[in-house]
Write a protein that binds this ligand. Structure first.
Ligand code: MG
Length: 365
């Protein structure tokens, strides 16, 4: 099989209503991505996820640097292709951020092609582990701009629907407000539901030490991204001092960054995201690394779960997956979550193919 054409795209899907966390206020979810065409008629779809900012630079990277290097290559030699793009013309200016997210889109499209050619959903092509679906935890009711009333209404609705895990954002200007909101949620959902807290890098070490300890009153399963993701030492201190586990990974771009966090004991839930870490190829290597330390993997869903449901289903040490249903309506085979569980996909491929109607409707480039 040979690659015959490579075409970038950018989709912007509106969020209704817009949401906020401690540092982001997106009005749209951005999908800069790529369609890779082959001489056997199979088309692979890959994308990464943004707050609809910077998409054009990711698409430029694909068009100007990765596409010419992909033509006439065999998509099954995905690890060879990955090495040549990562260590190719952009190595001097790249290695994280835009170039690594563009590489993720390409890599995901290649895995989509291989699984489609094999006639299998990606989780089976990779070697499946789970058989009866995946536990989902719901993030979509815990936004920082929600009033406490709306927060309680949304989160208790999820629990009534069968979710046994929920996440809420913290990082208000006054942490006392966070404390009261978390207290109200824990009282509303009872002791048996997993409650995760996400700071989105909103605190410094002093605030994190003080309020991370106070919030232990409500038995959070983890405290997510309390600090700037470049601060390995600060996270190590928190992991040592707090009883609550530290979760992070959505802003780490390589297995080396994960190695440093994992080896130092600075992360306890590994949130590696294939759309950030350069795709499925690098994700699998991080998963192996985490397995060697007996750490659980709970991916951040920059893809909104379409790709990660396959990866979690093929990974032993991945106990659950985040659920945010913002873009599911655009896909040929959208994620299916019922009674708090992902149902495993059945169509061949990585579940990344966008329907023709949605592709036209949301395409901005
Ligand atoms: Mg997060």
């Amino acid at each position: 099989m040979k690659i015959t054409k490579v075409e970038s795209f950018v989709l912007h899907v509106p969020l209704n209503p817009p949401i906020t966390d401690a540092i982001n206020s997106p009005t749209h979810w951005g999908l800069p991505g790529v369609r890779i065409f082959t001489d056997e008629g199979i088309v692979g779809y890959g994308y990464t996820g943004t707050c609809a900012l910077g998409d054009e630079m990711i698409a430029d990277t694909i068009d100007r640097y990765y596409a010419p290097a992909l033509l006439q290559r065999d998509p099954f030699l995905v690890r060879d292709i990955w090495q040549s793009l990562r260590y190719g013309d952009l190595h001097w200016v790249g290695r994280a951020g835009i170039t690594q997210m563009a590489l993720a889109a390409v890599d995901i499209a290649l895995w989509d092609i291989m699984a489609k050619a094999a006639g299998e959903p990606l989780w089976r092509y990779l070697g499946g582990h789970k058989t009866d679906g995946i536990k989902a935890y719901n993030t979509n009711g815990g936004w920082l701009n929600w009033t406490t009333d709306r927060l309680l209404q949304d989160i208790t609705t999820f629990v009534d629907e069968g979710f046994t895990g929920v996440k809420m954002k913290v990082g208000k200007p006054d942490p006392k407000e966070d404390y009261e909101r978390v207290k109200a949620v824990r009282q509303a959902i009872g002791d048996d539901v997993d409650l995760m807290l996400d700071v989105n890098q909103g605190w410094n070490i002093t605030t994190a030490m003080r309020w991370g300890k106070k919030l232990e009153d409500f038995d959070p399963l983890w405290l997510e991204e309390p600090l700037n993701p470049d601060d390995t030492i600060g996270h190590k201190k928190l992991a040592d001092e707090l009883n609550t586990a530290i979760a992070l990974g959505e802003h780490l771009y390589t297995k080396y960054a994960f190695r440093d966090y994992i080896h130092q004991g600075a992360v306890e839930y590994v949130q590696v995201d294939a759309t950030r870490v350069g795709g499925i190829t690098e994700w699998l290597e991080v998963a192996g690394l985490a397995a060697a330390y007996d750490l659980p993997i709970v991916p951040h869903v920059g893809d909104m779960g379409q790709i990660h449901q396959h990866l979690v289903a093929a990974t032993r040490n991945a106990p659950m997956l985040e659920y945010i249903p913002w873009i599911r309506h655009i896909f040929v085979e959208p994620v299916q979550v019922e009674k708090g569980r992902y149902r495993l996909p059945e169509l061949p491929g990585a579940a990344t193919e966008v329907s023709p109607e949605a592709f036209e409707r949301y395409r901005v480039r």
